[in-house]
Design a protein. Sequence first.
Length: 156
Amino acid sequence: MNPSPRTRNICVALDANILITLLNMNRLDIMAGLKGYEFYVPDQVVEEIHRKVQRERLREAIKAGWLKEIEVTDIAEMEIYAQYRHRFGKGESACLAVGRNRKWIVATDDKAVKREVSTVMGSGNLLDTGAILAIAVKQGVLTSAELKELHENFSF
């Protein structure tokens, strides 16, 4: 049985730059706490996480169900991916392909990818680290004091 549109979660394809920021903060747990969202990581993005501690944290988050790893195997997605690979990296291209084909939100801090999402899919289909953290504060997953501390210690 398919969920009704009112109870269906918003699906988000996460780019490596957001993942790395949250991994550096050691705050992937924020993703688990956000209500109404499901966060997906294309396998091309997983490949872009090179530091051992970050890969371990990412694997733990996937194992815990905070994030879901996906593969780009759909023919339409593969075609979109191939078109984007001329302009963007593997992870960015995968997120754009998944976002366009599946009508998902794309989460990125990359300015060029943000422009592409806004132009092709509309700015309503875009999240960045700041927006994710703002949602976390609004939903009570993160306090204003915690957000302030993150801003003081990390750039995003």
